[in-house]
Design a protein around this ligand. Sequence first.
Ligand code: GAP
Length: 422
Amino acid sequence: MADKMQSIISLCKRRGFVFPGSEIYGGLANTWDFGPLGVELVNNVKQLWWKRFVKDREDIVGISSAILMNPKVWEASGHLKGFSDPLVECKKCHVRLRADHLRENYSNKCPSCSGKEFTEERQFNLMFKTHIGPVEDESSVVYLRPETAQGMFVNFENVENTTRLKLPFGIAQIGKAFRNEITPGNFIFRVLEFEQMEIEYFITDADWEKYFSQWQNEMEKWLVEVLGIKKENFAIREHAKEELSHYSKKTVDFEYKYPFGQKELYGLAYRTDFDLKAHKLSLEGMVPHVIEPTFGIERTFLALLCDAYSEEEDRVVLKLKPSLAPYKVAAFPLLANKPELVKKAREVFELLKGEFPTIWDDRGNIGKRYYSQDEIGTPFCLTIDFDTLQDNTVTLRDRDTMKQERVKTSDLKNILQEKLKQ
Ligand code: GAP
């Protein structure tokens, strides 16, 4: 299973999905950059999410709030006091570890030097600090937000006043969050800087169980119907009391079976009226309660690749849903050294590229080009050959079945539109 992870990481680097951050300077541990294909996949995920949960719904509106917020936000929200992990230090090699990880994953033995003696547990706040202005003192401290959620809570009244939405209603946002994680790792699974897609869904407290289960259902449908993640590859687990965040009365995690173990992909929390109360916000004299479905982009990306990655005899295929694939179509001339074929193939390419994300390839032989597209998940390939010059038909090849059919260029747009609806 570790091999599968290595294969995915190397595919990501080789084909331009994910690069190590600041690589030419030796990298910066646990930072990663999305490359040309990665950013397309990320954007497809974000667009599908925004359409499903904001545009297609009357009861949810979006915002995009600032990353830097008044530090009083984090005092009121409890993050200054409560957003910390227990940390220990190995007395021999001084590596720092999360106390719970040391117990659960390493049987109280230092993973770096096998030492068995550690310092006392100390709470370590996960928020990154920076300063506004030229003077770096306590009065200029600000934090990089560790969750996008607070931007939605502090704008609760602004949104309600401008939209006049009535309970139940939600505020959604997609944006960066930052955490000074003690034990980041596993590629992009636990990183210092990541993106969240979050919804704060405001309700009356009597309804919380009903909406909690509705949202659990919605999240499951998103995974299966929109992302195409196989049902057997994820599980839902309720948090035990001692695991709950400081604001939550009930949380369930959607856990994906990553090659390195079953770990949190998404969370769904009943945050009660904790946040609005803390910020002294209300609606017509009452404080709404909130259900919070939260989705991490990096973990979605990794789950998608793990689910879609498949090695078949002599090829590697990313079986991404067409709606998620970075390119939908690839167009090739059969031979790159025949100008009449190249000219015709360019015509077909131009015809399609305004309609669907289409890639051109004229390197190597046709077989290699097919495999190269399979590896990045392109659902359809088109080959323009000598027959095309005679009868205006092209070969359309399906990524998953590898079946080929001959279709008229004049029908291409309609045929592809139909096939890409899947
Ligand atoms: N507003 C609630 C909240 O932030 P969380 O469970 O701490 O809850 C939400 O984070 C989601 O953000 C997680 O389910 C995960 O997908 C993602 N996430 C959290 N920490 C992360 C990290 N260090 N690296 C990558 N993704 C992370």
